[in-house]
Design a protein around this ligand. Structure first.
Ligand code: B3K
Ligand code: ZN
Length: 879
């Protein structure tokens, strides 16, 4: 537990370290109830520092056993042990500091530092976990060459892994053995990794562009080893893609991935030894959904790409986190776009950004892509750092174009290889390589909040001139009340009355990118015979909210004619959103809503459109999610959102049920499962149809869903069948119970599949009551020490608009009690779980009070972790 009133750390206070650690030799002696860690650190004074200041090392929950310098044990007067630090007097330098300390991995439930997952030792050091292993300058600008020797029982831990290459091994007596690893590349401590366990191995080979053979190894527990093929294929594709697109070759002779069940996030890019949440590695047609296959491919790519964007060139300090994360998310999303359907990937990324990142950016935790301060860095692994950071890199890419962007990335990697650098260094490399001025663009790194573009237009018939006026603004965010105008690239096109693209310039282009720089900009297009319809922010060329007074007819026109598939999709979402909003108003006024027939017939046209890509069609038919609707509302009434969305969906289903049914049937042909774009698209579309059909109170559709559950040979269709039965308007409890029991009996023991079973129930507006969630927490398949399970059950429940948001506050109270309990075990998980309460001010009044009460009850506790303390304090702050 940390201080009750932890302090913020500021970017402006950054100072280089007083000492460097040039070499780090580690020996781990692993035992059942403890581990002994011996570190030999070759330390040298930073040339810029005068005198010989004390060496101040970080260390948490460590038991110091011995300490010496250059072989001479230190006396008590030579060092001081503080709570989280060790201060060592320095009389001469350079020197070698030798430390031995004891840790208790089995008692480490934070999943940070060295801990156990299913009896296997593993580590997670980013951001500040290495200090839970040994005393160290645990900051990313201290880069060192590591060697690691691991000693452990041979029978229980036959596999001993660390970063780099294994250079020696031997017997250690008494049934123990040892392996020594050397990593020739210097790295910060956050990239250190160790694994010891009884693991099986899947092996392959990749030949790099310069002809070097790299051994690829994926380690899992024996019973999962047949589920690694897709991850291995994804790894090879990633290695090839980074060579082709960025010219980046892998550097070690060995690349390892280890899958573990207990992990706080998706995966970790430790040098040469990536550690993954098993949910991001393991797949098989029967146990993994299409989106799971795609997540595995994306995460494998992401962690692999970090080898250059993050490891070879790393961050100077944690304020620069987006330097590696934003850039790497941009890289992985382009990789996925190249491997699958580019249009759909963009739609999915933007949906997520607009739903969750926009929400974060308008709430109490809003922060810039490069934050100015934080209390707990673990709270800053956010959608803003990752997804908005990726959008910022994407904008640089679109301002520079493919070739100059590649020149910029080449320069960045070449100039900073082996260094710990800043976002500024990245932007400067892009500027230097391209000759473009990104001065104003840099505001994207320092200003938080989502900019708003208000667009209006006018047409001068006599002159044939069309004028677009674009005003930008950005709402205040905590600590930043006034914003300067951003540099915003806005890609647009114009459609004529026939829906054909209008030529916009002398070069004959029908699409241009407007570089918005001032708070108001005007653009004039000439030579038009009638007022065109603008297609704005094509491909979502900047992470902004765009307002333009589109009529229903305009949106339907764009849905039909826009050449930009993203904007066609966006038109459906705007149309649906307007309709759902008006139903919410009607329901709020206790009126009977009627659904606009224009919307219903527009959906019919999408359904009938033979020319549409199937995956895009599925996305176009999908209504905005409840979370996305909530994000766009001024004031949230969860119950009304749920009911309104359902009514619109049912109205569409009712009119088009024959078309949905016909399409479902057409796409329900049995064929072997392939996780490939066309097949994934067909399944997505088919299951969208099923989702519409079961909104109707019709036994036939319920049977369709349960047949699909029973007959499908893959998890995507089977799960969609189950979800459809559970949430069908025609509620048949006996059938629901039968299918849930069948699912349990089939997949019991498969942790990742069981996560789905918990989520389906916790998500359900009818099934997912608090009482049911509480009973599921007692289920033998539930494991409170697994973040995946907690997220699958409790996380899903907190997104359940109907059951979590009860005005009696029962859901909020439950969450508060759980957060308090988890905070003692796993603060990172606790701080994530609390998120749904942080937006209490956005809810209607009768929800606000119980949400605030729950937060206040957490805040009242002494000894909160810095993680939960920061989130709760900022959420309750009046500023
Ligand atoms: N870099 C890690 C995230 C570490 C989070 C630590 N709390 C995974 C990734 O972004 O690749
Ligand atoms: Zn990352």
């Amino acid at each position: 537990m940390k201080d009750a009133q932890p302090n913020a750390i500021f970017l402006k206070d950054y100072q280089a370290p007083n000492y460097w650690i040039e070499k780090t030799d580690l020996v781990f002696d692993l035992h059942e109830d403890h581990a002994m860690v011996s570190a030999s650190l070759s330390i040298r004074l930073n040339d810029d520092v005068e005198g010989l200041p004390d060496l101040v090392l970080s260390g948490i929950d460590l038991e110091l056993k011995s300490i010496s310098i250059d072989g001479h044990p230190l006396s008590d007067a030579d060092y001081t042990e503080l709570r989280d630090q060790l201060c060592v007097k320095v009389e001469r330098q350079p020197f070698c500091l030798e430390i031995t300390n004891r840790i208790k991995p089995r008692e480490n439930t934070s999943l940070e530092g060295l801990y156990l997952s299913n009896g296997m030792f593993c580590t997670q050091c980013e951001a500040e976990g290495f200090r839970k292993i040994t005393y160290y300058l645990d900051r990313p600008d201290v880069m060192s060459v590591f060697t690691t020797t691991i000693i452990a029982d041979k029978h229980r831990y036959p596999i001993l892994l660390s970063n780099g290459n294994d250079v020696a091994r031997g017997e250690a007596g008494q049934g123990r053995h040892w392996v020594k690893w050397e990593d020739p590349f210097k790295k910060p401590s956050y990239l250190f990794a160790l694994v010891a366990g009884d693991l099986q191995l899947k092996e392959d080979l990749f030949t790099t562009m310069s002809g070097r053979d790299i051994s690829l190894r994926i380690y899992t527990e024996a019973y999962n080893i047949d589920k690694c093929d897709h991850a291995m294929r994804s790894l090879k594709k990633s290695m090839k893609w980074d060579e082709d697109v960025y010219g980046r070759e892998y550097d070690l002779d060995l690349f390892m991935i280890v899958a573990v069940d207990h992990f706080n996030m998706g995966a970790m890019e430790n040098k040469g030894l990536n550690i993954f949440n098993s949910s991001c590695v393991l797949t098989s047609p029967k146990t993994a959904t299409d989106s799971c296959y795609q997540r595995v491919e994306g995460v494998v790519g992401h962690e692999y790409f970090h080898n250059w964007s993050g490891n070879r060139v790393t961050c100077r300090d944690w304020f620069q986190l987006s330097l590696k994360e934003g850039f790497t998310v941009f890289r992985d999303s382009e990789f996925s776009a190249d491997m699958n359907s580019r249009g759909v990937k963009r739609i999915q990324d933007v949906s997520m950004l607009r739903t969750a990142q926009f929400d974060e950016d308008s709430g109490p935790m809003a922060h810039a892509v490069r934050p100015e301060s934080f209390i707990e860095i673990a709270n800053f692994y956010t959608l803003t750092i990752y997804e908005k950071g990726a959008e910022v890199v994407r904008m640089i890419h679109s301002i520079l174009g493919d070739d100059l962007f590649r020149k910029g990335s080449d320069l960045y990697f070449e100039r900073h290889d082996g260094q710990a650098v800043t976002c500024e260094d990245f932007v400067r490399a892009m500027e230097d390589a391209s000759g473009k001025d990104l001065t104003q663009f840099r505001l994207w790194y320092s200003q938080a909040g989502t900019p708003v573009l208000d667009v209006s237009d006018a047409f001068d018939e006599a002159a044939g001139e069309y004028t677009l006026t674009i005003k930008q603004s950005c709402p205040p965010t905590p600590g930043q009340h006034v914003k300067k105008p951003f540099h915003i690239p806005v890609r647009i096109g114009l459609l004529d009355n026939e829906g054909l693209p209008v030529t916009l310039n002398a070069q004959g282009s029908d699409e241009v990118t407007l570089d918005i720089r001032r708070s108001e900009e005007t653009y004039t297009f000439t030579g038009l015979s009638a007022k065109p319809l603008p297609s704005l922010l094509r491909g979502f060329s900047a992470p902004v909210r765009l307002n333009y007074p589109y009529s229903t007819t305009d949106l339907i026109f764009l849905m039909q004619h826009d050449t930009d598939s993203f904007n066609r999709w966006d038109a459906t979402q705007r149309l649906a959103m307007a309709e759902i909003n008006s139903v919410i108003e009607a329901l709020g006024n206790h009126q009977h809503p009627t659904i606009n027939p224009a919307l219903i017939s527009a959906w019919g046209e999408v359904l009938a459109d033979q020319s549409l890509d199937q995956a895009v069609k599925a996305e176009m038919l999908n209504l905005p999610s409840e979370a996305s609707i909530a994000e766009q509302r001024q004031s949230i009434n969860p119950d009304l959102i749920h009911r309104a969305r359902k009514q619109v969906k049912r109205a569409i289903a009712k009119t088009h049920q024959m078309a949905f049914l016909a399409l479902w049937k057409k796409l329900s042909v049995k064929k072997p499962y392939k996780p490939e774009a066309t097949d994934i698209a067909e399944r997505a579309l088919k299951n969208t149809c099923l989702g519409y059909l079961v909104t109707l109170d019709n036994l036939q559709y319920l049977e369709l869903a349960s047949d699909q559950y029973r007959q499908s040979g893959n998890m995507t269709d089977q799960l969609a069948g189950l979800v459809a039965v559970v949430n069908a308007e025609r509620h048949e409890q006996a059938l629901i119970d039968t299918l849930l029991d069948d699912f349990l009996a089939t997949y019991r023991g498969d942790a990742n599949v069981m996560d789905q079973w918990f989520s389906v129930q916790a998500n359900s507006p009818t099934l997912g009551t608090l009482a049911h969630v509480l009973s599921l927490m007692e289920h033998e398949q539930f494991d409170a020490s697994s973040p995946n399970k907690v997220r699958a059950l409790v996380g899903a429940f907190t997104r359940n608009m109907v059951q979590f948001h009860k005005t009696d506050g029962s859901g909020y109270q439950f969450l508060a009690e759980l957060v308090i309990e988890f905070d003692r075990k796993n603060p990172q998980l606790a701080a994530r779980l609390i998120q749904p309460l942080t937006r209490w001010k956005k809810y209607e009044e009768n929800y606000q009070a119980p949400m605030k009460k729950a937060l206040t009850s957490i805040k009242a506790l002494p000894d909160l972790s810095t993680d939960v303390f920061e989130v709760v304090t900022k959420s309750l702050s009046t500023h």
